[in-house]
Design a binder for this molecule. Structure first.
Ligand SMILES: O=C[C@H](O)[C@H](O)[C@H](O)COP(=O)(O)O
Length: 217
């Protein structure tokens, strides 16, 4: 099976966590795109979706799924999203597609975070994937200097502007032994909007696409 087929298998398996007559929290990325396709097949049984990016919103609406503003929704039963890396504690690096901040906000509202990944995303230690940090544009150089002090090598993601009008620094060469601590530490740098560590609020369930079929843990 190709990596994309593994992503698709994990994404479709997430339908089992979607309850009738609810609003579903929807993440961003190539794995989630398969989930949106799956959601399209049950669109008449759900109330709609809250989206974590302009890209996912466009895809949901193209399938005729109503997209609600998060501010108009009190709670979400489930949030389904992919990850760039995930460890055995269900802590993740996300933001490869620059959608990390809205993803973290929608995830915070959801009762359950279901992470959908192919098995190449499983790691022992987070940090091989460069950690995305969303930064207010005028703070970019200052934040980069502070990230250097933490032992990382920040690289400006040229040409990328987030849905919130900000920029991304990708921090290379981090070997992350305490993800919760680093998440908090980076978020406390002035000018950082948020970083792509999802450790304080990790995944509750993980669906892994494997060649033997989707595994849920
Ligand atoms: O900003 C993007 C998101 O965090 C994605 O969920 C993450 O990058 C995984 O994306 P993909 O499913 O395309 O590997």
């Amino acid at each position: 099976m190709t990596q994309d087929e593994l992503k698709k298998a994990a994404a479709w398996a997430a339908l089992e966590f979607v309850k009738e007559n609810t609003i579903v929290g929807v993440g961003t990325g190539s794995t989630v795109n398969h989930f949106i396709d799956a959601l399209g097949t049950v669109k008449d049984t759900i109330t709609g979706a809250v989206s974590s990016s302009e890209a996912s919103t466009a895809r949901l609406q193209a399938l005729g799924i109503e997209v609600f503003e998060l501010n108009d929704v009190d709670s979400l039963d489930v949030y389904v999203d992919g990850a760039d890396e995930i460890n055995a504690h269900n802590e993740m690096i996300k933001g490869g597609g620059a959608a990390l901040t809205r993803e973290k906000i929608v995830a915070a509202v959801a009762k359950q975070f279901v992470c959908i990944v192919d098995d190449t995303k499983l790691v022992d230690t987070l940090g091989d994937f460069p950690l995305p940090v969303e930064v207010i544009p005028m703070a970019r150089s200052y934040v980069a200097r502070e990230l250097l002090k933490l032992g990382g090598d920040p690289v400006y993601r040229q040409g990328v502007v987030t849905d919130n009008g900000n920029v991304i620094l990708d921090v290379h060469n981090l070997s992350i032994s305490n993800a919760k601590q680093l998440e908090t530490q980076i978020n406390s740098i002035v000018g950082v909007v948020t970083n792509g560590l999802f450790a304080m609020r990790g995944a509750d369930k993980v669906i892994i696409g494997t060649k033997n079929g989707p595994q849920i843990k």
